[in-house]
Design a binder for this molecule. Sequence first.
Ligand code: ADP
Length: 311
Amino acid sequence: MSKHHGKHRRDQPPGETSSSALQRDVSHRKTGKVAGVDPILAPAATGIVTVRPGTRCDLGSIDADAGGGLDKEAAKAVLATERARIAALQERLYAEHARSLLVVFQAIDTGGKDGSIRAVFEGVNPQGCRVWSFKVPSAEESDHDFLWRYHAKAPARGMITVFNRSHYEDVLVVRVKDLVAEPVWRARYAQINDFERMLSASGTTVLKFFLHISKDEQRERLEARIADPDKHWKFDPADLVERKAWNAYQAAFADALTECSTPQAPWHVVPANRKWYRNLLVARTIADTLEAMDPRFPRAQADISGLTVPD
Ligand code: ADP
């Protein structure tokens, strides 16, 4: 990687939460130049629980219903400012053409991946942003190693890439549905960590969000889809079958978040029952991360100040 002139902000220990996401305390954040290939991350927004690398993720202890003491309208107003920050920083990242950002979303069905992407990336120049949704692998994809299809979609320099589902499906649905033998999916935790370490060392900041909803909230969202004809397109009867495996999915998520929360790519658990709070926390964390990366417009190739444009 060529141009790592960003700020390094890893001084806030992951795993911290507090009540108000509106109060931004940046005084504790020291900044400093980093050399070479250190990952450039920012502490997650207050209200998110970051899984401390090497510690067990206990999803049951994280309140999916949290709202940070905010009200919906106030949160929506703040979301607009976070979106503006993302848009401005994304332009710099694109112009700099040196580094990239990979944003990974994982959640149980109805957890809000699509809604978060829509809300957070509104206003970002589509030319500098790609969203990839990963479904059941095609025959060609299945004929390759499990990371092949994800690596092919990893961001190019200057880009923000969003994974709507990701390489984590290969230790989640694959495990719950017993699609490969246990030793195969177990080995994947280390393989995923190696993959993300390589991306990070190549100038890609990896930001991973787990959208945490409660089982009651999932029931309400499924019922809403059944009740509203405009939401029928979103309803898949298979979701009712998957819901029966709720506990198996929660166990698989907890293990993935435990095994694959690393210093270079920690997992962020977002309370996601309240959509407006979820959107705010995700947007703020992305904006803070881009700010920590500190992308710069490149210098002009030569002194162009005296040039005139011919008729
Ligand atoms: P979504 O639920 O993300 O809106 P779909 O309804 O099309 O989109 O679901 C995509 C499906 O693909 C999910 O059921 C998911 O479990 C499945 N899937 C994704 N990746 C894999 C994988 N690697 N192996 C098996 N199934 C996968």
